[in-house]
Design a protein around this ligand. Structure first.
Ligand code: NAD
Length: 385
């Protein structure tokens, strides 16, 4: 297909209400709708109630230039802006030939095949390349930032003591000791948030480049030494992402982390390797050796978890009194800001193809950012390069 979208200059841009359980975010806000509708060329239709859980009312959307419609009005649009992959029920409502932008999970082959069968051209924003030009569209960063913040807030809430050190007339309270494992976007924000609460923090990651960032945030780096050149080379990762480490390094790491974890009050784990199960960083015996009242928040639980025993969408207490938090979709718990940032990411991505002032739309197929995110193209799944 060439540059022009169905050869039609005017599109209907649809923003459905997210229907997956617990999904409170929305793919557009009044701020982004104003820009999308600003040229007067395109009609923006928002499903009634779509923004309510993110504190954007139908009236706000209308004031920004949107029409309020039904699920079918929005899912059947020429360009559909979503947060999550359409559900089985939503899929048949998509229009063949429509464009769809969202968190479409580029590693979910079954989901992508269903999308391809629906005849949709889909862009998975998780697949954005980590290049400077794509930073303003980087949904993984914007949402991981929020998850890292919320993980600390949840941990502090589940922890039965103060986080900061306090000197009171009734005696002194010690500062909580926090360990952050995996220091990408979420981990860095977890360190920064725990610091603001007054915790004493240690952190570790497989990528050696992270050490300086950890120390500049006032946390102590927990070093897991490399014993071979191969280990060192794998640890550098690719494109900003980690790679699976050899078993010998993982074993060394487990030993060091087990020792540190016993001293900790709060542990936040965020370690991920794209397209693979999350690395196991904390063994069951380490959890069993931790102090009663300690809290572990496992942000990788959806990918199998960094902590042995953490359970999906549950807060469990072990026999030795350690709380294992396996809650998922933490950004949805900070829905207003999560939606505001996500909607801006979507708008910035769209701006590669859409001139918001003139309304001219030419799908930027040759742009490396657009190319990298294209997962389904007119009825076929695009093989990942
Ligand atoms: P991620 O969510 O994929 O992983 C989280 C962290 O887990 C990473 O730091 C990773 O190294 C770590 N990890 C993986 N396996 C581990 C193990 N066995 N032990 C310990 N830690 C382990 O990563 P992310 O947060 O999306 O970001 C990764 C990097 O990319 C960051 O340095 C970030 O600053 C960078 N980034 C760059 C851009 C850009 O330039 N456009 C945009 C976003 C992020």
């Amino acid at each position: 297909m060439g540059g022009y979208f169905l050869g039609i200059p005017a599109m209907r841009i649809g923003v459905p209400r997210e229907t997956r359980p617990g999904e409170t975010r929305v793919a557009a806000t009044a701020e982004t709708v104003k820009k999308l509708a600003g040229s007067g060329k395109h009609e923006v239709v928002v499903e009634s109630g779509a923004g309510l859980r993110s504190a954007v009312t139908d009236a706000d959307f209308q004031a920004a230039g949107a029409r309020i419609g039904t699920a079918q009005d929005t899912l059947g649009a020429d360009l559909v802006l979503k947060v999550r992959m359409p559900t089985e029920g939503e899929m048949p409502q998509l229009k063949r030939g429509a464009l769809l932008i969202g968190l479409l999970n580029p590693f979910d082959a079954t989901g992508l095949q269903a999308l391809a069968n629906a005849g949709v051209t889909g862009f998975a924003l998780e697949a954005l390349p980590r290049i400077t030009r794509a930073q303003s569209m980087d949904v993984l960063s914007s949402q991981a930032n929020i998850a890292g913040y919320k993980a600390v807030i949840i941990a502090a809430d589940e922890y039965g003591k103060f986080v900061p050190m306090l000197m009171t007339a009734a005696g002194t309270v010690k500062a909580a000791r926090v360990l952050v494992l995996g220091v990408g976007v979420a981990g860095l924000q977890a360190i920064a948030t725990a610091k603001r609460l007054g915790a004493v923090i240690e952190a570790s990651d497989v990528r050696p480049s992270v050490k300086d960032q950890v120390e500049s945030l006032g946390a102590k780096w927990v070093d897991v030494p490399y014993e071979t050149d191969e280990e060192k080379q794998i640890a550098e990762g690719v494109g900003g992402y980690a790679r699976p480490m050899p078993p010998a390094w993982m074993q060394r790491q487990a030993g060091i982390i087990a020792e540190r974890a016993k001293q900790m009050d709060i542990v936040i784990t965020t370690a991920l390797i794209p397209g693979r199960p999350a690395p196991k960083l904390i063994k069951a015996e380490t959890v069993a050796a931790m102090k009663a009242g300690s809290v572990l928040v496992d942000l990788a639980v959806e990918q199998g978890g960094n902590v042995e025993g953490s359970q999906l969408d549950k807060i469990a207490t072990t026999p030795n009194g350690v709380k294992l938090v396996g809650l998922t979709n933490l950004p949805a718990m900070v829905a207003t800001d999560a939606s505001a940032l996500y909607a801006r990411n979507v708008l910035n991505f769209l701006a590669l193809s859409l001139n918001v002032k003139s309304g001219e739309f030419t799908l930027a197929r040759d742009d490396e950012i657009v190319k990298a995110t294209l997962v389904c193209d007119n009825g076929a799944v695009v093989p990942r390069g």
